[in-house]
Design a protein around this ligand. Structure first.
Ligand code: NAP
Ligand code: HSE
Length: 430
């Protein structure tokens, strides 16, 4: 293909991410043109409501509510999908690829659920499908995993991969904010998903972990294979007890490739305050990758927000632009060539923090310890807080099998001296 004078972009969506892409392409225009080898110009922007105030001076005629104005536009070479959700994002992305346009997306829902179909369409049409911003916002992680670390056998990927919940937990821990107020702040900053339950219930992180594990371990990990627990049951009491024990609570994504299968789980965890991930606060994300050749590599940066996310999206646009200019496609496509079984959650093992509401009378601790012992759960520490006639027990176990812990908790719930199992949170990072 002869060198193109100009690369045209069709932007789907002008929310947090779309606005950031618009800003960066305009503010850094000259440098972007130098690096991409051609000017990159937004030709049309799809929105739902043209009259909405977007806090930006957008040239008249750019906004439309008709997707065909973008798909049929002869000067649009790249579609940037920043709508969110599955449809119409998927339908529009597939149609764009079928029409010979490259696609850049920040949409983890779509990649986690329909990546295979999208990669096949990109390959069949010899166009790029880039999705760097779909995991950990502004942090480069997809391209490093697919390219820079490609020579390794990756054994684990562990990280904080949701900005909203990390921001919330930081505010709840540092400022004592309530859950709802912390969430409202994260929404106001543009970090949360349109439906924030995806963030707080852990599904956003699970989609990202499915994408990371699929790339890292060269196997297709589907969303339903990821064990998911969110932060909704984390209370001020748990945060305070954790702090007293020298831990912080973080929502972690953990993926490991072992001899007996892979393990993929998203859940809150107590981390020692000295652990490198413990000091990853606010909207920051961090991901540890371990490869057999490189050893440990850590990626750190802003995991959500307008400009950090748009930084990753715009770089993808520049890569796609360069490839169009040179008549080629870029990054290695689908690399899920292996079929690895996913370990059931019961077969994973870790340490546990357990908070129990119990009667404050003789023999309680002995009856609880008996049930733990019967299920091969060994205790590392026990702290009792008395509150009138009742007491609260904070227990930390040694590393045990999840199925043993769950069996023990079933038995403990049935003890007449136990009022409630208030919480169980895994302890990681030792
Ligand atoms: P957002 O603020 O809700 O913006 C969505 C935009 O898409 C809005 O401009 C909306 O138009 C438009 N839109 C939605 N459905 C449409 C439809 N059917 N037809 C036409 N326009 C439609 O979302 P966002 O935060 O930018 O997120 C976009 C994507 O990026 C999501 O996949 C998200 O997961 C991902 N992402 C977000 C972040 C972040 O920090 N926010 C970070 C990484 C990845 P109107 O404005 O007219 O309503
Ligand atoms: N809602 C997501 C988060 C956006 O908070 O991490 C970035 O993917």
């Amino acid at each position: 293909m002869a060198a193109k004078k100009e690369i045209g972009v069709g932007l789907l969506g002008m929310g947090t991410v779309g606005r950031g892409v618009y800003r960066i392409l305009n503010d850094n225009k000259a440098g972007i043109e130098q690096k991409a080898g051609a000017p990159i110009v937004i030709k049309k922007i799809l929105v739902r409501d043209i009259s909405k105030d977007r806090g930006l001076a957008i040239s008249t005629g750019l906004l439309t509510t008709n997707i065909n104005d973008l798909l049929e536009h002869p000067e649009i070479d790249i579609i940037v999908e920043a709508l969110g959700g599955i449809n119409p994002a998927l339908e529009y992305s597939l149609e764009a690829l079928a029409r010979g346009k490259s696609v850049v997306t920040a949409n983890k829902d779509m990649i986690a659920l329909h990546g295979k179909e999208l990669f096949a369409a990109a390959e069949a049409n010899k166009r790029d499908l880039f999705f760097e911003a779909s995991v950990a916002g502004g942090i480069p992680i997809i391209r490093p995993l697919k390219e820079c670390l490609a020579a390794n056998r990756i054994t684990q990927v562990i990280g904080i991969i949701n900005g909203t919940t990390n921001y919330m937990l930081t505010r709840m821990t540092g400022e004592g904010l309530g859950f709802e107020q912390a969430l409202r702040e994260a929404q106001a900053m543009g970090y949360a998903e349109a439906d924030p339950s995806a963030d707080v219930e852990g599904y956003d992180a699970a989609r990202k972990l499915a994408i990371l594990a699929s790339i890292a371990f060269n196997t297709r990990v589907s969303l339903d294979q990821v064990h998911v627990e969110g932060v909704t049951r984390i209370t001020a009491e748990d945060i305070a007890y954790a702090a007293n024990l020298n831990y912080v609570i973080k929502l972690l994504g953990i993926a490991r490739d072992g001899a007996d299968g892979i393990e993929v789980r998203v859940h809150p965890a107590l981390l020692p305050k000295t652990h490198p991930l413990a000091s990853v606060n606010d909207v920051f994300n961090a991901i540890f990758v371990t490869g057999d050749a490189v050893g440990d590599v850590m990626f750190y940066g802003r995991g959500a927000g307008e400009l950090p996310t748009a930084s990753a999206v715009t770089a993808d646009v520049m890569n796609a632009a360069r490839n169009l200019t040179h008549g080629c496609t870029g990054m290695i496509g689908c690399t899920c060539f292996a079929e690895k079984p996913v370990k059931s959650m019961g077969l994973t093992s870790t340490e546990y923090y357990i908070r129990l509401g119990v009667a404050d009378k003789p023999g309680v601790l002995a009856s609880i310890a008996y049930i733990f012992g019967k299920n091969d759960v060994s205790l590392a520490s026990v702290i009792q807080h008395t509150t009138g006639k009742a007491a609260e027990l904070i227990l930390i176990t040694h590393e045990v099998l999840e199925k043993n812990l769950q069996e023990a908790l079933k038995g403990i719930k049935e003890l007449p001296v136990v009022n409630e199992v208030s919480n169980m949170i895994r302890v990681e990072g030792h």
